[in-house]
Write a new protein. Structure first.
Length: 432
């Protein structure tokens, strides 16, 4: 069999294994070993299996992942999410759809110290959903807002997905994080505008809450000093060149721990829970990374990235035509795969194409994360949707998907804006 035939067979086998519910990292590792062994011999293939996990687990650059995950877990356990929602609600809750707008604002604030969409969606399912239902917000709208707000977790820095993209493509993770700030704020603004538009178009659909006094607002603002301090400390240190991304992750986790202890919001049992949850998620991510590394050797020996680059650049579609094809591919993959698996599986193949077309790698990282966001809320997988369903038992999956439709349209419009104006993602990193 030719190398092309082996590559195609490998991809078919990979998707078959994933459809059979084999974990993504294991499936990639199996296909990588078998494909590499078929073409180059099984002795070198088994050497790769022996070396790759150790190389991944001992690489200091990968330390950014568990540390940011731990920071998010500590921030969530210490009650910062609830304080953010309360503060946002005192300023915005009196507007039509104000609880929804406040949820988006709080999700954006929590994303700045969390880095995980799933964690953001799960947290605000418990914090914001009961409050919205108490004021008779429709189930579809309440869950749709939380699903969309959860996607901010991988857009607003620090972002675990952006960190993995940076590791795979060998881009500066600090610059990637800073590049996500303005697009993340645009996302928050457009989601808020979407809720306001729904409230204006259907006056009886979204109720308004009571107006808070300025004393209540100031008291609520004082409660969120920890979130602001942690974000400024981590991202400010990155932007100012005080920390590398890995150091910033460690400092962020340490800072979240100190703040939680000082505020007496973390006992020994809660700390153990945070550590176990972080280790569990890290193990899942590292398993995918190890499998991807082995699969990458298989891609290299078959020259798949080079051949895909030649094929796409030779289609005559132009640079933006090829970019559109790549984004459509991600939208389709989002129907069957989760965000992390998509990034790890496809970036080694797609990234050489982007470089050949002359696109900015930092800008493309933000674009891809935005596209992956759509996969978190659109059917049939919609990871955030299923997370919300696991927390809110009395709502149907179809109801949640109905509620996210306006936000899917918003995301598509936002992608168009960022493609038309790349400076939104490239200006801040250029000042570092």
């Amino acid at each position: 069999m030719s190398s092309d035939a082996v590559a195609i067979t490998g991809f078919v086998a990979l998707f078959v294994l994933m459809l059979l519910r084999v974990p993504v990292g294991v499936a990639m590792g199996l296909v990588g070993v078998c494909g590499f062994g078929y073409l180059a011999g099984f002795q070198p293939a088994l050497k790769i299996v022996a070396q790759s996990p150790i190389r991944t687990a001992t690489d200091a650059g990968f330390g950014v992942i568990p540390m940011f995950l731990l920071m998010g877990a500590l921030a969530s356990t210490s009650g910062m999410s609830r304080e953010l929602f309360r503060a946002a609600n005192t300023f915005l809750g009196h507007l039509r759809g104000g609880l929804g707008i406040a949820t988006i604002a709080a999700c954006g604030g929590f994303a700045a110290i969390c880095g995980s969409s799933v964690a953001t969606a799960a947290t605000f399912s418990a914090v914001a959903y009961p409050e919205m239902r108490r004021y008779n917000y429709p189930q579809s709208f309440a869950t749709g807002v939380i699903a969309a707000g959860g996607t901010l977790g991988i857009m607003i820095p620090p972002s675990v997905v952006l960190a993995v993209y940076g590791i795979i493509t060998q881009q500066d993770i600090g610059k990637l994080f800073v590049a996500g700030i303005v697009p993340g704020l645009v996302a928050v603004g457009m989601y808020m505008a979407t809720i306001s538009l729904i409230g204006w178009a259907k006056p009886g659909f979204l109720p308004a809450g009571p107006r808070s006094s300025w004393r209540e607002r100031l008291a609520a603002v004082r409660e969120i000093w920890a979130v602001a301090l942690l974000f400024i400390f981590v991202i400010g240190g990155l932007y100012g060149g005080l920390f590398t991304a890995t150091e910033a992750a460690g400092m962020g986790a340490g800072g979240a721990y100190v703040i939680a202890i000082l505020r007496k919001k973390l006992d020994r049992k809660q700390l153990l829970t945070c550590l176990v949850d972080s280790v569990r998620t890290t193990a899942s991510v590292f398993t995918i990374l190890m499998g991807a590394l082995i699969f990458g050797y298989f891609l290299t020996i078959t020259q798949t990235p080079q051949k895909v680059t030649e094929f796409l650049t030779g289609l005559g579609l132009g640079t933006y035509g090829v970019l559109l094809v790549i984004m459509l591919m991600y939208l389709l993959l989002g129907c069957v795969m989760d965000a992390m698996a998509m990034i790890i599986l496809t970036i080694p193949i797609v990234f050489p194409v982007i470089v050949a077309l002359g696109f900015d790698p930092i800008w493309f990282g933000v674009i891809i994360v935005m596209t992956v966001e759509l996969g978190l809320i659109h059917p049939p997988v919609g990871m955030n949707v299923f997370v919300i369903k696991s927390v809110v038992k009395d709502v149907k999956i179809s109801t949640i998907f109905l509620g996210v439709i306006p936000f899917v349209v918003t995301d598509i419009l936002r992608l168009g804006v960022l493609i038309a104006f790349p400076i939104l993602a490239t200006w801040l990193p250029s000042k570092m």
